[in-house]
Write a protein that binds this ligand. Structure first.
Ligand code: NAP
Ligand code: G4F
Length: 328
């Protein structure tokens, strides 16, 4: 009998890599798909990985509890990965209530649907290092106090505590992964790493001359999404549910990520990068740096991809994509 997994956010970066990983482990993978008028492009990431025909897709939306109950009832999953969210921090100031409804209440809907229909299922919540916000300790771990700095982070914090609460109140096997930034060639183009690697590829190919960015001094602990989805799975294989920081333990400024990407194609960032205040945020998270010690000790997890390898994989993928007019 194949183990059955249900993934919300299956069309996103992590959903695609997690699907690929679970298929490799012999799982039957089901995904929640929100209806879109652009149905032809919505599964672009699954197509990019060549797995679109192997996933069972179900119509549903995180804001629609009755639909979630229906899908969980139909699928009867052993493992549920709640990855769906309005995940772009900058947009959360423009759409604070929608972000709360999807990223916060949406997670509560998933927990509630699980409790009602599949209380034996193991549940993963995609928590975020953004919850640390205005950092209270120089290196953040599972015991560092939170200080959210955006509507997105506040919504994630609610979802995080609801996950802890459902574990403690109802005995759900519900774990929360506090993931630091993770990137890949499948990262959305609006996030800074992919914006940079796409911009560098365009400049290299003569399709653009400049790249406009916001705060170049912000620092992030960047890993590879392919490594991070393995940690999600490992959390659900433990006897006891728990919360884990997933990070590399190395932090890098946006400026230095950018420099590495330009140097990869033999160009200088100073010749091409412009600072545009449209990309600044009302409140910034200046620096994030995670301590993945607990994940290493208890899950046996460590990141495998260096930042250098990540930058080079992303730039090469964007060069290829633009040269072959591929959509993503
Ligand atoms: P992503 O690429 O933005 O994917 C988000 C997914 O959520 C997409 O599949 C999207 O569907 C879906 N979604 C959005 N609103 C929905 C709704 N109302 N109902 C159902 N589905 C909805 O995000 P990601 O980078 O893969 O991240 C996965 C999760 O981890 C997110 O919860 C994110 O907040 C969290 N996280 C990410 C990072 C990171 O560095 N990547 C770090 C910490 C936590 P469409 O394709 O239709 O838009
Ligand atoms: O790539 P970002 O948009 O990611 P951010 O805000 O750190 O959020 C991501 O990671 C979180 C985990 O910590 C996730 F929870 C969340 O869902 C998302 O995946 O921005 C990174 C940094 C910021 O400090 C931003 O101000 O880059 C800075 N930045 C500078 N110029 C820019 C730009 N960010 C974007 N998106 N675009 C710019 O032009």
């Amino acid at each position: 009998m194949k183990k059955i997994a249900l993934i919300t956010g299956v069309t996103g970066q992590d959903g695609a890599y997690l699907s690929q990983f679970l298929l490799g482990k012999g799982y039957e993978v089901h995904g929640l798909l929100r209806r879109s008028a652009s149905a032809d492009v919505i599964d672009a990431r699954l197509k990019w990985l060549g797995i679109q025909d192997k996933i069972h897709l179900h119509d549903g939306n995180l804001t629609d509890l009755s639909g979630l109950i229906r899908v969980i009832k139909e699928v009867q999953p052993a493992e549920i990965y709640n990855l769906a969210a309005q995940s772009f921090v900058k947009s959360s100031w423009q759409q604070p209530l929608l972000t709360g409804q999807v990223t916060g209440i949406g997670a509560a809907n998933m927990l509630e649907a699980t409790r009602i229909v599949a209380p034996e299922a193991r549940f993963y919540q995609a928590s975020s290092s953004e919850m640390y916000g205005l950092i209270q300790e120089p290196v953040q771990s599972e015991t560092t106090p939170f200080y959210p700095r955006s509507p997105y982070a506040a919504a994630k914090l609610y979802a995080h505590w609801m996950t802890v609460n459902y574990r403690e109140s109802f005995g759900l096997h519900a774990s929360s992964g506090i993931l630091f930034n993770h990137e890949s060639p499948l990262r959305g183009i609006e996030f800074v790493t992919r914006k940079i690697t796409d911009g560098v590829a365009r400049i290299k190919l003569g399709l653009a001359e400049t790249l406009s960015l916001g705060n170049l001094d912000a620092q992030r602990d960047w890993g590879h999404a392919r490594d991070y989805v393995q940690a999600m799975w490992l959390m659900l294989q433990q006897d006891e549910a728990d919360d884990y920081v997933i990070a590399t333990g190395r932090t890098t400024a946006v400026r230095d990520f950018c420099r590495m990407a330009f140097e990869h194609v033999g160009l200088n960032l100073e010749d091409h990068v412009r600072v545009d205040e449209r990309f600044l945020r009302p409140a910034e998270v200046d620096i994030l740096l995670g301590n993945p010690g607990k994940a290493k000790d208890k899950l046996g997890w460590s990141p495998e991809t260096s930042l250098e390898a990540l930058v080079s994989e992303m730039v090469e993928a964007d060069l290829r994509r633009l040269s072959h007019h591929e959509h993503l």
